[in-house]
Design a binder for this molecule. Structure first.
Ligand code: BTN
Length: 215
């Protein structure tokens, strides 16, 4: 595991280096953290900012299972539940952790997959977020980083769907995503979310999911 005092983004830092499968890189302070869908992930000292480099030989269609799997591994380690695809939320819907996977491809094959995990251990950076300490959950940052690094390097993709089903709070809920509003009815084998709008079932592979409160 590589630990830095500070860096812009652990994902960017790891993507820029040519390192073996299973290398972890974490930083104490992250100054230009990347979030999903072009957002920024704030790097307040005390929280966990970790990226793990994976170089698996798997079919392209299975790659999204790593990002779902990262959420599962985190939920299994620290508790709480997942909003599809992999946001860790508390019981009030406040975000505790986020995951951003970034890939580099060579000749149509996956060369590098960097799975970046940000966990609000002791600080909640936004009003709509929370941290584990708010819930009395105190986790040793270095130990969690080591555990997640090892879990990800060894992840058996064949177990991800079943494990995600056990710790998700998405299925059965009314959701909206990418202009579709309906009930999240299932998770496909490749990690896509199936949403039924009353007329048909849509296969959603990416997007920003919101929970609908009524309707
Ligand atoms: C999200 O928007 O929910 C994903 C946030 C991912 C943040 C983590 S922090 C460590 C890694 N490095 C980054 O630049 N981003 C990810």
């Amino acid at each position: 595991m590589i630990w830095l005092e500070h860096c812009g983004s652990t994902n960017a830092e790891l993507l820029a280096r040519d390192l073996p499968h299973g290398t972890g890189l974490a930083t104490k302070v992250q100054t230009a953290g990347r979030g999903r869908l072009g957002r920024v992930w704030e790097g307040t000292e005390g929280n966990l900012f970790l990226s793990v480099l994976l170089r698996p030989q798997v079919p392209v269609a299975q790659v999204p299972l790593y990002t779902l799997g990262a959420g599962v591994l985190l939920a299994e380690r620290v508790g709480f539940q997942l909003k599809w695809p992999n946001d860790l939320l508390d019981g009030d819907g406040r975000k505790l952790a986020g995951i951003l996977a970034e890939a580099e491809w060579r000749d149509g094959r996956l060369d590098k997959l960097v799975v970046g995990i940000g966990v609000n251990l002791v600080h909640a950076p936004h009003p709509g977020s929370a941290c584990l300490a708010d819930h009395g959950v105190h986790v040793a940052r270095e130990q969690l980083a080591d555990d997640l690094r090892r879990d990800l390097a060894d992840l058996d993709l064949g177990t991800v769907r079943e494990r995600w089903l056990r710790c998700n709070l998405t299925l059965g809920r009314r959701v909206s995503i990418g202009g579709i509003t309906g009930v999240a009815v299932d998770l496909a084998a490749n990690g896509a979310l199936l949403v039924n709008d009353g007329e048909r079932t849509h296969t959603v592979i990416t997007g920003d999911l919101g929970f609908e409160t009524s309707g």
